[in-house]
Ligand binder design. Sequence first.
Ligand SMILES: [Zn+2]
Length: 261
Amino acid sequence: MYYFETGESIITRMAETVTQWLFPMATYCLCCGKYINGSRSYCICDHCIQRITWGNVEINLDEEAKHLGRPSAMDSARACMKYGLYERRLIFDLKYDGLTYVSRAIANIMHDRIITDMHAAEQLSSADFIIPVPVHKEKEKQRGFNQAEKMSHHLARRLHRRHLPDALVRQKQTAAQRSITGQERYANMEGAFLVNPKEAGRVAGKNIILIDDVYTSGATAHACASALKGAGAKEVHFMGLATGNDFADGFFGLEKVRINS
Ligand SMILES: [Zn+2]
């Protein structure tokens, strides 16, 4: 049973067709760059699609909170795949190679993950707003865009939900977090985000879907959710493309395909 209205108007479908024609997204695999035809799901070739570890992945926030010794500010956290070599390619194409059209494929993956998982569809159907995790202004200036905002824009359109791209502001530029522990990451991200005063009245009492590319330790999503809850948001549900989190569960078990071939 679907809890989201998925019917799209003929004008929307025509616009999608024209966009596909204008931009070569459907011509090359987004993971390996191999030539493909437009019929491939999410513009990923057969080779790569089998090597991605897909899943209706959910982070066990209770277990994560126990491990960290602090409660999570999120009500749920989900992802669509494991963060590995092939999965990373999609994110790198968007983030570092500036192929912003990849965000549409990523939003399609997120959309399908939500509507095919009854628990997710039920929990997220009451969402009022879709909000991206912001990057620091300096980084956004260098990159020219915020990758999470590109994804959340397309996802909001597909789920027929209101997009609030400026609801959160990143006020602290944090150093690369790769070599520090989970606990240190959480401490590092403390107070990194605030709710834009212009939007604070809007988020109070509302249910939010928070969007980012990857869920690693959860520190960034937690800091965003804390800020939103501080402004009175009722529920904050995180949705990411990929995760490498130890408390993630729900992968479809395609590891074998990866090993055998
Ligand atoms: Zn490929």
